[in-house]
Write a protein that binds this ligand. Structure first.
Ligand code: NDP
Length: 331
């Protein structure tokens, strides 16, 4: 496929689906408020493109669920996730970005200007669109998991691990994230069980070695989670099924889900090329999608690095490419 092809035929048949009246037109519309979205806003605002950014359901993105961020350059003493996102937001506003609360609920990228509907109500058209919608942690989908979310069930060890100091916890998943979370928790908790559905870990060798050499971590291979059990005060155990189909119960007060992330790309899937797991495909080394003038940055297009600093970097690239695109086009 030629990624430089100006407009994809994929979306052509959708042309007349979105009959919303356009309430506002902007030069640059940014969807998403993680490090990628805010950085794109900083650069676009400084280039006088008057960007409008919609924050989405979780203003500040995934980092607002993190406690300390120690690896973002420029904070020698570390910073909390929410504080860092507030700094990025203020910096974007300082140069005139309009940051608005609202969630993009549908999009029509079949023709220019591109249209995005916010909260199912207001449709905005834009000459250039920057998608920075990030990714969301996946859950197993068990009823008991839903019941105990925030009361023992979490998808972020660095956010919630502290609450389980000296206790026993479980981490489900066998990838790098699960190994990282288990290793992190092993420094806080009495015992960490890893619940892995296959007879092996999917994580990198280095991560596996860290888990294997950690006396606090016990890996339960070929086990799946049947149910999370608890009472009014929260989780107190997990019922597992082993390879012989026998039920096993482990006594834990925390249950950490680390089975991957889902990119928030659903509303664009009729128009943009996505990979098999839903990540938006970009031309390698750029934030350009298969539609000219539509850019993707941050975790919605990156399943490998997924760091605040790399997201910010691609946000910067998206704004610079949007500026170039707008500068070379007559609207
Ligand atoms: P992965 O997709 O790599 O791993 C997901 C894990 O969860 C797999 O073990 C998978 O099992 C398991 N899983 C998925 N669904 C279920 C389910 N329903 N029930 C039980 N288990 C399930 O996701 P990660 O988040 O770990 O990693 C994503 C990417 O980020 C990878 O490329 C990884 O290398 C990278 N990463 C790198 C890090 C680093 O280098 N420091 C840190 C964290 C992530 P199965 O194997 O059976 O499919």
């Amino acid at each position: 496929m030629n990624l430089f092809e100006p407009l994809k035929s994929k979306g052509e048949d959708k042309k007349n689906d979105n009959e919303n009246v356009v309430a506002e037109h902007v030069k640059v519309l940014i969807i998403g408020s993680g490090p990628a979205g805010y950085t794109a806003a900083i650069y676009a605002a400084r280039a006088n493109l008057n960007p409008v950014l919609y924050e989405g359901l979780q203003p500040g993105g995934q980092l607002t669920t993190t406690t300390e961020v120690d690896n973002f350059p420029g904070y020698p003493e570390g910073v909390t996730g929410p504080a860092m996102m507030e700094d990025l937001k203020k910096q974007a506003e300082r140069f005139g970005s309009q940051i608005r609360f609202g969630m993009a609920t549908s999009a029509d990228l079949s023709q220019k200007p591109y249209k995005v509907t916010i909260d199912g109500e207001k449709t905005i058209s834009a000459d250039a669109l920057i998608i920075a919608t990030g990714a969301t942690a996946k859950y197993l989908g068990l009823e008991s998991e839903e019941k105990y979310k925030g009361q023992g069930v979490s998808a972020c060890a660095t956010c919630d691990g502290f609450f389980y100091k000296g206790q026993s916890v479980a981490v489900v998943g066998g990838g790098d994230t699960a190994c990282e979370e288990a290793t992190y928790l092993s420094g806080i908790c009495k015992k960490v069980y890893m619940i892995v559905r296959k007879p092996y870990l999917r994580a990198s060798k280095a991560m596996q070695d860290r888990v294997d050499s950690n006396e606090n971590i016990e890996v339960l291979y070929e086990h799946t989670t049947k149910e999370i059990v608890g009472d009014m005060s929260g989780v107190n155990g997990v019922v597992l099924t082993n390879s012989k189909n026998e039920e096993v119960k482990i006594d834990v007060t925390g249950f950490f889900v680390a089975i991957g992330h889902k990119p928030n790309s659903d509303i664009f899937k009729d128009y943009l090329d996505l990979d098999e797991t839903g990540y938006i495909k970009t031309i390698p080394g750029t934030p350009k999608t298969n539609i000219e003038g539509v850019f993707a940055c941050g975790d919605v297009q990156d399943k490998h690095y997924r760091q605040a600093v790399t997201a910010a970097g691609t946000g910067c690239m998206a704004a610079l490419d949007a500026e170039r695109y707008l500068g070379t086009r007559v609207f």
